[in-house]
Design a protein around this ligand. Sequence first.
Ligand code: HEC
Length: 125
Amino acid sequence: MKNALLLLAVLLLAACGSGATDTASGGGEAPAVADAANGETVYLNTCASCHGADALGVDGLGKALAGSSFVADASEADLVALITTGRPSSDPANSTGVDMPPKGGNPSLSEQSIRDVVAYLKTLD
Ligand code: HEC
């Protein structure tokens, strides 16, 4: 009886494990955890035009994000919030006089995509 319960537990764990993998690779449902690889795709599609494909910034557009102490020091939740609302040039925290648009100017960006892009940015510090 004890062994049967143990077997059941192992089977359930295995089922959960494969389910999570299917979700991540299937690309249909959003995975529960932030996915830096997907974040890189989001970055290249939505952010690279201003921040550069290498995330080193573009003069007169976006700031450098790679090696940025701001990105390194901010919590993931703070970065998600900043990216979601942007930082207009009227914001006292704005240092360039150029708008950071909400969601990088892509209103269709999901919260999951934003969490993924934050996970990607955190790999660049
Ligand atoms: C239209 C250009 C533009 C796009 C597109 C854009 N940004 Fe920005 N972003 C900016 C500008 C300009 C700033 C600097 C604002 C300031 O002066 O504080 C900025 C600032 C930031 C900052 C804060 C950096 C710091 O050191 O204060 C982060 C993080 C950031 N952007 C992430 C992103 C992400 C992630 C995307 C894509 C989802 C994105 N941005 C898309 C223009 C852009």
